[in-house]
Design a protein around this ligand. Structure first.
Ligand code: ADP
Ligand code: ASP
Ligand code: MG
Length: 420
């Protein structure tokens, strides 16, 4: 008997028909002899609707109360789901984050899981019940309800799988697995059979929202096999696991895009020690996460420009903070550009192959797409471009790196080291 954690996303439980369909799927799995813990998201569009409700009351709603509000989305689905299961005559039990013992720190809206008490879920499983847990939520040391950040139900599921020692964590969504790029913007996107945690981490952090970044971190840390599948059919999905010999040994495995960042530049700051720290200190104090940073000459001797990107929702706030900083320097200005996108090429094979950057730059140049910033890591190259070219850039890069073509590993060659 295996222990399986299954997570269903918003579109998978969007309405009564879908909830009943998923309930039947879960029942089938249980009847096959497995113990099942189900993690559910809010119904599609529900969390957005709740965010809007809060913002209609005031422009800056209290974060603690917003978490109380947002957590109701998942609470509704677990109740509806258990109503469906019980109507089928199945013993299922719904559990909120609190009831399931999911403890977090106290960062409302962006809480991190600190501990999971497995006993409450284990007890119910031993009673032969199907346990249905609300994703995306937990509670802090003071008993406040917290939420894990948008898309966080994936993280609830993988963290639970790790804590319960589950055999696999299955993430059911509206596409058949992890693709070479977002299949909803590139018709040639190809489903991957397997992907390493490392590549999936880069894909998720660079914008492939199919898995929440922190769920992949949990999977990698605790070695949880993650299977990404569709809840709409029975097609085989994608296994996220440790890098192994059978994995596609391609140079580039995926392309991502992210439109959720904005660019800011502070011009003509003195080019001397301590200035970068002075620029970024108030930004860190406001808990703003900075992504790409580039510093270069400003054209005026002894002065420099610093450019970086931040999440779009804090772009305006960042500009205001920088304007304060700029007022201390002569002729320093702040320039903002919210209409940017980050397009990234990702692949483990880049560690040992050169030429990927040149191919990426050539491909964008052929389409007349201007590159505004560049960042690289061992297995990724990212370019900041105009937001309006994001989809085009993804498609032409997907073609240039021939990601639509199935990869066939060369036949293995037997070698033997002869002794002199
Ligand atoms: P859920 O509501 O099930 O959590 P999400 O909307 O969060 O689903 O994630 C699934 C979506 O991720 C897909 O519909 C697809 O548009 C998007 N996506 C982006 N990049 C990829 C990729 N490389 N592979 C698969 N899906 C991707
Ligand atoms: N309901 C939350 C959201 O929409 C969490 C999730 O779906 O994973 O972000
Ligand atoms: Mg999601």
């Amino acid at each position: 008997m295996a222990l399986v954690v299954q997570k269903y996303g918003g579109t998978s439980v969007a309405n009564a028909k879908r909830i009943n369909a998923v309930a039947s799927r879960v029942l089938k799995r249980r009847n096959a002899g497995d113990q099942v813990v189900v993690v559910l998201s809010a119904r599609a569009g529900e969390t957005d609707r709740l965010v809007k409700l809060g913002n209609e009351i005031c422009s800056c709603p209290d974060p603690r109360e917003m978490d109380v509000l947002l957590a109701t989305g998942e609470q509704t689905t677990i109740a509806l789901f258990c109503i469906a299961m019980k109507a089928m005559g199945v013993e299922a039990v719904s559990m909120t984050g609190y009831q399931a013992g999911i403890m977090t720190d106290g960062h409302f809206g962006q809480a991190r899981i600190s501990w999971i008490q497995t006993q409450p879920i284990m007890e119910k499983l031993h009673e032969g019940r199907i346990v249905v847990v609300a994703g995306f939520q937990g509670y802090d040391d003071d008993g406040n309800i917290t939420t894990l950040g948008r898309g966080g139900s994936d993280t609830t599921a993988v963290a639970l799988a790790a804590a319960l020692g589950a055999d696999v964590c299955e993430i059911y969504t509206d596409v058949n697995g992890v693709f070479t790029t977002d299949p909803n913007i590139c018709s040639k996107a190809r489903k991957l059979e397997k992907i390493s945690y490392e590549e999936m981490l880069e894909m998720a952090s660079m914008g492939a929202k199919v898995l929440h970044l922190r769920s992949v971190e949990f999977g990698m840390k605790y070695n949880v096999p993650i299977m990404v599948l569709s809840s709409f059919n029975d097609a085989p999905g994608t296994l996220v696991t440790r890098e192994d010999e059978a994995m596609e040994k391609v140079v580039v495995s995926g392309i991502t895009y992210n439109k959720n960042e904005g660019r800011v530049t502070i011009t003509n700051v003195p080019d001397q020690p301590g200035i970068a720290a002075k620029v970024f200190r108030p930004i860190a104090a406001a808990e703003i996460n900075v992504d790409l940073i580039v510093q270069g000459g400003s054209g005026i001797p002894g002065r420099a420009n610093i450019t970086f990107t931040v999440p779009k929702n804090v772009h305006e706030q960042t500009i205001r903070i920088l304007e304060e900083v700029a007022s201390e320097f002569e002729n320093s200005q702040v320039i903002g550009d919210p209409a940017i996108a980050k397009v990234s090429v990702i692949g483990l094979g880049m560690r040992s192959h050169s030429g990927v950057a040149t191919k990426m730059f050539d491909t964008l140049a052929r389409e007349n797409i201007n590159i505004k910033l560049i960042a690289t890591s061992e297995i990724k190259i990212s370019c900041i471009i105009d937001e309006k070219y994001a989809e085009l850039a993804v498609r032409v890069l997907h073609d240039a790196f021939e990601l639509d073509k199935e990869f066939h590993a060369p036949e293995s060659i037997k070698i033997r080291e002869e002794r002199e």
